[in-house]
Design a protein around this ligand. Structure first.
Ligand SMILES: Nc1ncnc2c1ncn2[C@@H]1O[C@H](COP(=O)(O)OP(=O)(O)OP(=O)(O)O)[C@@H](O)[C@H]1O
Ligand SMILES: [Mg+2]
Length: 314
């Protein structure tokens, strides 16, 4: 088992009487890319502010590379790099001046390593331009380079794909994946869109209303994905079709408009179609569909909110 980089134990956070983070515990390991997915207002940024020492948890402990955030703050911070939307960069200086300034504070990054870093984030052509002329994507790249200057073992990114175009998202994915593998660092990325992260994460935590609803490896989620196929048949009298199917196959289809939906393994599609045709129904289409990971994620959120109808966060 790889080394633990982040350990969160029983962390809660209240703002006034409102509990924003609810007794969270989990760990992240070396080389792991950990996706933290939840809708707006779930509490993602609040947890990230706690991880970065910007606000203390009301209860519980955060440990980074074995150092307690509350008791060994500086040592814990030594191992942390952060990319947030309002990171402090100086707009009147060039990208290079910014990086050299931040590198001079800790002197952990040599000149040649600095050039490698700039190359890696894809800013070589613009690094001598003033930051005030940068697009959002370039700012994100510079933020990332700055966060990596001190060679952190733990990199935290809050919604890093916000405002990036498709190419930007693909670039960022590749950069992050290669950093995690090459430097063996743990990466924590928050997002409200699972599909953006599904190609880089090893582990995904589905988070809503201050709590983790599911914590699974991406491989596990994909496995669930491949077994969640369904049969969808468009028919002229869907209610009648449901009755026929129940009588003959003892399964109750779901209704969606003029389509009926059946779990893939519950029946043979050909047999159902023949049965409906024998009763004189007209079939417009019949397909096997697969749920996307995004749909699985939304299902989990919906199920949880259904069980806790007072649990709306917005
Ligand atoms: N300083 C604060 N004081 C009081 N309430 C706060 C404070 N910061 C956040 N909250 C509340 O905590 C809840 C979670 O907010 P947070 O910003 O952590 O969500 P988020 O998951 O990052 O959402 P988004 O996807 O919109 O960025 C919200 O209801 C928010 O209003
Ligand atoms: Mg946020």
């Amino acid at each position: 088992m790889s080394n633990t980089v982040l350990e969160i134990k029983n962390v809660s956070k209240y703002y006034g009487s409102k509990q924003i983070i609810k007794n969270l515990s989990f760990e992240i390991y070396e080389g792991e890319v950990f996706g933290f997915i939840g809708p707006n207002g779930a509490g993602k940024s609040t947890l990230i502010r706690i991880l970065c020492g910007l606000t203390p948890p009301t209860t519980g402990t955060v440990t980074i590379c074995g150092y307690s955030l509350s008791k060994q703050f500086e040592k814990a911070m030594d191992n942390l790099g952060v990319v947030m939307e309002n990171c402090k960069l100086y707009p009147y200086m060039t990208g290079m001046q910014n990086l050299k300034y931040f590198a001079s504070l800790t002197k952990k990054c040599s000149a040649s390593e600095l050039y490698d870093l700039i190359e890696m984030v894809g800013l070589t052509n613009r690094i001598y331009d003033k930051v005030s002329t940068y697009s959002l994507g370039m700012l994100q790249r510079l933020n990332l380079a700055q966060a990596l200057l001190d060679k952190p073992k733990f990199l935290v990114l809050d919604e890093p794909t916000n405002g990036l175009d498709v190419n930007g998202v693909i670039d960022l994915r590749q950069i992050l994946r290669s950093i995690a593998r090459k430097n063996d660092i743990a990466i924590f990325i928050s997002s409200h869109v699972l599909s953006e992260l599904e190609q880089i994460c090893d582990t995904v935590a589905i988070f809503d209303n201050g709590a983790i609803l599911e914590l699974r490896t991406l491989a596990d989620l994909k496995e669930q994905n491949s077994t969640s196929k369904s049969i969808q048949i468009q028919v002229d009298y869907p209610n009648y079709a449901c009755k026929i199917i129940y009588q003959q196959f003892k399964v109750s289809p779901e209704l969606a408009g003029n389509s009926i939906i059946l779990p893939y393994n519950s029946v043979k599609m050909g047999a159902v179609i023949s049965a409906l045709k024998r009763q004189g129904l007209t079939i417009f289409s019949a397909d096997v569909t697969t749920k996307s990971l995004e749909e699985i994620y939304l299902d989990v959120i919906k199920q949880f909110r259904g069980k806790n109808s007072s649990g709306g966060v917005m």
